[in-house]
Ligand binder design. Sequence first.
Ligand SMILES: [Zn+2]
Length: 133
Amino acid sequence: MSEGQQSRKFSAPQPNSETQHFWDAAAEGKLLIKSCNSCGEVHFYPRAHCPFCFSDNTSWQQASGDATIYTYSVMRRGAPVPYAIAYVTLAEGPTMMTNIVDCDLDAIRIGQRVKLVFKPSEGGAPVPCFAPA
Ligand SMILES: [Zn+2]
């Protein structure tokens, strides 16, 4: 069994008024991002105001779950189980910080195609992670 097959324990997300809907959707297995009705840009993480033009006229949109690894870092020291933190670029454009899971940590590469997978947290909404596509 390779180290990548062990799973990291995720602490429960702490939703706030801007992200409650995001975590409610996560519980249904959906990854939501926001698109701006004023300037058309898509952003993540979800905010009440568009980070590009500060409009509050934004809409929720479900992401396809397709993404590419932009950069990553494997955490080994001080972690009960080694894990990989990464920034992935979603097919829709925004970049999000996440964990790369269900893979050999030594095989992760920048530019690798990954796919959304939700992992349970301890007592909260599932956490969006990505695994090799
Ligand atoms: Zn905007």
